[in-house]
Design a protein around this ligand. Sequence first.
Ligand code: KG4
Ligand code: ZN
Length: 336
Amino acid sequence: MFVLGIETSCDETAVAVVKDGREVLSNVVFSQVQEHAPFKGVVPEIASRNHLRKIVPVCDEALRKAGISLAQVDGIAVTMGPGLIGSLLVGVQFAKALSFALSKPIVGVHHLEAHWFAIFLTPAPPSFPFVALVASGGHTHLYEVRAVGDATLLGQTLDDAAGEAFDKAASLLSLPYPGGVHIQKTAQGHNPNAIRFPRGMSKSDSLNFSFSGMKTALKRYLQEQGETAQEKLGEIAASFQEAIVDCLVEKAISAAKGTKKLVLAGGVAANQRLRERLALACKNAGIEFFPVPLEFCTDNGAMVAGLGYHYLSCEMRPSKWCKYGLDIDAMDGWVV
Ligand code: KG4
Ligand code: ZN
């Protein structure tokens, strides 16, 4: 079964073809980073205009790379939300038009479920149940996942998302946008314990996160240091990264104590320090660790197609995590 997966929830125009929910035949991502970089953040109107410009060529390329024609597509999966409304509308409307024209079934999926479902694109995915940490530019959420379309929220950020904290810190340090990967590069080889930034919620039993205090502390530190801060850029980046990683590791390990399995997903899951620290912490706590491969961490169509297969290949699965048919709509603030 060939499923076409369409993802346009933020600033990546992405389309993929996945066979039988496992085999990624193509995964084309047009990143709009260059368009948004001058503004140091995603500009919603620019994002939707670029999706509109790119969705057809990206889809054509995904089909060409997969070596199949549109007529061979068996089903369509699209991210229905949450995300930027103008961006979502482009993907959803495009997917509906394809479904109508090809008379093929369509399912609208949840962006976060797609993120953790990317682990099923790997040769040895976990069995259910497991805990998923999804850390991205818009989300820092912990879920207990019991099956396809069955997951419970355990904790989430109360303010900034982890990726947002990385991006805002990068901006304060005059590093390019999006900042996560640049903080990681700047931090490389520097002392992560040089400066002690606050760890929000670390003394609390709850599984929620808070990153805004960390960002304020960095701002204050930079003001105090003045021009000398530039000489310590490496250790500032390493210490800030460590503070975020500490919070993510602590809560993820507490959350996964029951299921003994942890999936790490979302754009921030690409962070090397986080992957290393979580691997070690899981080993020490007897938890099996399943990091999503780097190519499927940031937004992509393969994770949507992979998840879509599980909904489309069985009888219509009633779930609050998806919707079927041509009356699906973009749901920007979709919370499950
Ligand atoms: O999942 P994603 O592509 O989009 C959203 O759904 O938000 O995540 C993008 C986020 C950005 O904030 C970016 O800075 C962060 O993921 N990110 C990283 C790294 N690569 C991407 N953060 C830390 N380290 C990285 N290597
Ligand atoms: Zn995402």
